[in-house]
Design a protein around this ligand. Structure first.
Ligand code: NAP
Length: 485
């Protein structure tokens, strides 16, 4: 065990109390950069999940009745504490996820920004008075919290994916039971500990770590007490959870996989496009849902763009996220590494060409070289599957209509990026892309002020912005009659 882990909570948080699994079982959390065990965490299952749901149910009445300003004050304190503690929280995140320390710090601050944002939105859950069809009646609309909610979150942003759900849910007056990814439970548990310290009452935020995701998810989705599930993860698991939520007719938000097109027109500022692609593609070693997955470059600028990009990518420093100057950490698992090898070798077999990288990096078993390949065609697996690694595949295109068709030829619809200096084209293409989010001359889209989410099989629901609160609120209509004198 490493010293940095000694003060990290490793039990479930249920009803404000840290608890071991009833079975006494624990599971190991490993540093993907070294394979070393960095902590051992309570391995919870169905029993603890049921207890957490009961605790969230018990806490619901008083939390939802608390004036919004009271909930807001706690969320604000929680954000401030996360910011104050960023230098304690970030190394833990790097240790379990592998991302460079600067990115881990960025993630904690990003998570905190949602707490700040929703602390303000909490006080603005306005209702409405609608003109009634009769003079002795009034139509009144109020917003009510959905109730007990569940969150299931992935390993790639172990703090922020959880905190941005919690921020909106708790601001709305809901209570929450969360299941973090088994690879990265520590950042989630630390976030929960910080929330408790900020004054969250017992039972408002419960967290159940464990390796049996199907058992925990089964209880969360089948419970009649849980009124909403918010899931971030793969489309494959999202589909299963949607089906499991059907019998109890739960509200559902799905933040699923992506296959983002990154389009570079020949009129674009090529340096800005290279900067944007570096930011979009190589953050978190290419393991983000909004990572550029398919890079479409207009044929007139392909040679120039490819050479500038390959030159930049070759300067990236690969290594342990703890080391200063590291740009690219390890992939999360052997399966993730094997997938990248498969996608690259399939592309090369189909006639693609490596411009830089293209194989394992000597830093360790799970490190892959930052890679650029060109000569990519639409039928290759690298264009159809979510890569989730530091590989940028370049494909040429001729016309605006061609690239819109290519970009939309996927079941995913999360993020897309367009580089052009032609204002009309920016609007035309931006509107024609079937995606929930479009960056125009921008490679990084996400912010607490903006609605994050996808269309098609990338899911539905939005996180962040004023729309994000609606996901946790029910519209309630009251008709007041008998007003005539
Ligand atoms: P994943 O395999 O779907 O896992 C996500 C979460 O679901 C984890 O907590 C996992 O638990 C849990 N899970 C797995 N099987 C389950 C089941 N049968 N019942 C209940 N829970 C279950 O996805 P991942 O590989 O961790 O994350 C990468 C994916 O997330 C990518 O597709 C990425 O695009 C997507 N993502 C989307 C967004 C977005 O906002 N749209 C953001 C980030 C990531 P265990 O870890 O314990 O298996």
């Amino acid at each position: 065990m490493l010293d940095v882990m000694l003060s990290v909570p490793t039990q479930a948080l249920i009803g404000g109390t840290w608890r071991d699994a009833e079975s006494g079982r624990r599971f190991d959390v490993r540093d993907p950069a070294t394979g070393h065990v960095v902590a051992s965490v309570s391995d919870c299952g169905a029993a603890e999940t049921r207890a957490a749901i009961a605790a969230a149910d018990e806490a619901l009445a008083s939390w939802s009745a608390m004036p919004a300003a009271g909930r807001a004050a706690i969320l604000r304190r929680w954000a401030d504490l996360m910011i104050e503690r960023v230098d304690e929280l970030a190394p833990v995140l790097t240790r379990e996820n592998g991302k460079p320390l600067t990115e881990a710090r960025g993630e904690i601050l990003y998570g905190a920004s949602y707490l700040h944002w929703f602390s303000e939105e909490a006080t603005r859950a306005y209702g409405d008075v609608i003109p009634a069809p009769a003079s002795d009646k009034r139509i009144i609309v109020t917003k009510a919290p959905v109730g007990v909610c569940a969150a299931i979150t992935p390993w790639n942003f172990p703090n922020a994916m959880l905190v941005r759900k919690a921020a909106a849910a708790l601001a709305a007056g809901c209570t929450l039971v969360a299941k973090p990814a088994a690879e990265t439970p520590l950042s989630a548990l630390l976030a929960a500990a910080t929330g408790l310290e900020a004054g969250l009452p017992p039972g408002v935020f419960n967290i159940v770590p464990g390796v049996d995701a199907a058992a925990i998810g089964g209880v969360l989705t089948s419970s009649e007490v849980v009124r909403k599930l918010s899931f971030t993860g793969s489309t494959e698991v999202g589909r299963k959870l949607l089906a499991q939520c059907a019998p109890t007719v739960k509200r559902v938000s799905m933040e699923l996989g992506g296959n983002a097109p990154f389009i570079v027109f020949d009129d674009s500022d090529l340096d800005a496009a290279v900067d944007g692609l570096m930011a979009s593609k190589f953050r978190n070693a290419g393991q983000t849902c909004v990572c550029a997955n398919r890079v479409f470059v207009q044929n007139g600028v392909m040679a120039e763009f490819a050479s500038r990009l390959a030159e930049r990518v070759a300067t990236l420093t690969v290594g342990h996220g703890d080391r200063s100057g590291t740009d690219i950490g390890p992939l999360i698992s052997e399966a993730a590494f094997a997938k990248i090898e498969r996608l690259v070798s399939d592309a090369l077999a189909g006639g693609a060409r490596v411009l830089t990288g293209g194989g394992k990096h000597p830093a360790g078993d799970l490190f892959y070289q930052p890679t650029v390949i060109d000569g990519i065609t639409a039928d290759m697996a690298v264009m159809r599957e979510e890569i989730f690694g530091p590989v940028a595949p370049l494909a040429g295109f001729e016309t605006e209509a061609d690239v819109i068709a290519l970009a939309n030829a996927t079941e995913y619809g999360l993020a897309a990026y367009v580089y052009t200096r032609d204002l009309g084209r920016a609007w035309r293409v931006g509107e024609a892309l079937a995606y929930g989010m479009v960056g125009i001359n921008e490679g990084v889209l996400s912010s607490a002020a903006a609605p994050f989410g996808g269309v098609k099989q990338s899911g539905f629901g939005r996180e962040g912005s004023r729309y994000g609160l609606d996901d946790y609120l029910e519209i309630k209509y009251m008709l007041m009659g008998g007003l005539s004198a």
